[in-house]
Design a protein around this ligand. Structure first.
Ligand code: RIB
Ligand code: CA
Length: 305
């Protein structure tokens, strides 16, 4: 079976680390590039964290450093959730791997145009790199199969009442990406917040293998939820949606990204009844089968070291 040529655009980030770890090991995935962006923490740290992960798992996946700030807004990071380093809680030791010597947008262009098969983009962070790619190199769209992203929300946000962090960080970039005309799957916060690991699962992963122990150590510092209510595995839901779509129920609709200096800035408003639009621009996740997600999570973890 042909593997899916995949690029993950990311801001590791403890939940990003889980998505990357599983992408490294999934038999159907050919991870061709990791592009980093500022978000959870600054882009120097997100890039270092991506390098730590490729080194920890000893995989030959290139890492390219991307945008250090959103297109328009100031960066407001999320270090209170992931720790100052962006991946507090585990000592990965010194970094010996180096990022590519080109900017992530250039690396995205080169990787996409060089792929013999159309590439799937998986943004699990602010969409700054992806928006710039489409603006500077629109010709790359011809070799992009689809975008599968974690971001937005059909309900409340987590950064403001209205906005989820990845979209809030760069609403203008998100508006560009949602209007790019490419097939787009949005796994939003309302769904990913239900994809939680409880102490039951965390006790299992802690002793399953080396990666499980590392995850458990990171999770001790992760503030995306709590041990009491469950830890929210936001970003790995995008990978699950790509390789195990039956875990989610989806609806085709039109998603408007709100921009501008109002309390709605960064909101993703889905016209679910299509009262204002005649054509959809996204498939949005409506629900997640949590028990299936947890089973899949443990199956993925078993593929790692
Ligand atoms: O809102 C959740 C998203 O914001 C996740 O991608 C998490 O890593 C943070 O970037
Ligand atoms: Ca992220």
């Amino acid at each position: 079976m042909k593997k899916i040529p995949l690029i993950i655009d990311t801001d590791p980030g403890i939940d990003d680390a889980v998505a990357l770890a599983f992408a490294f090991h999934h038999p159907a995935i050919d991870l061709k590039l990791i592009s980093t962006v500022a978000g959870n923490v600054n882009v120097d740290k997100t890039t270092d964290n991506a390098l730590r992960l490729v080194e920890y798992f000893d995989v030959e996946v290139p890492v390219a450093k991307g945008c250090s700030e959103p297109l328009i807004k100031e960066l407001e990071d999320c270090s209170e959730i992931h720790g100052e380093s962006g991946m507090d809680g585990y000592d990965f030791g010194p970094i010996t791997r180096k990022p590519l010597d080109v900017h992530a947008v250039e690396a995205l262009r080169q990787t996409i145009l060089a792929s013999p098969d159309p590439v799937t983009l998986m943004p699990i962070a602010a969409l700054t790199n992806i928006a710039l790619l489409f603006k500077i190199y629109p010709e790359t769209k011809a070799n992009i199969k689809e975008i599968v992203l974690m971001g937005g929300s059909l309900a409340r946000g987590n950064t403001t009442t209205a906005a989820e962090f990845n979209i809030f960080t760069d609403p203008e970039a998100a508006a560009i990406v949602f209007k790019a005309g490419l097939p787009l799957t949005m796994i939003g916060l309302d769904v990913t917040s239900k994809a939680v690991l409880t102490t039951t699962e965390i006790e299992k992963i802690k002793t399953m293998n080396q990666t499980g122990a590392m995850f458990a150590s990171l999770f001790g510092h992760y503030r995306g939820g709590s041990m009491k209510t469950g830890l929210k595995m936001h970003d790995v839901c995008a990978l699950a949606a790509l390789v195990e779509p039956a875990i989610f129920s989806m609806q085709s609709t039109y998603v408007e990204v709100q921009t501008g200096d109002t309390a709605a800035n960064g909101a993703t408003v889905a016209d679910l009844k299509m009262k204002y639009h005649t054509e959809a621009n996204a498939d949005v996740a409506l629900e997640v089968d949590v028990e299936r997600f947890r089973k899949w999570f443990l199956e993925m973890l078993a593929l790692t070291k």
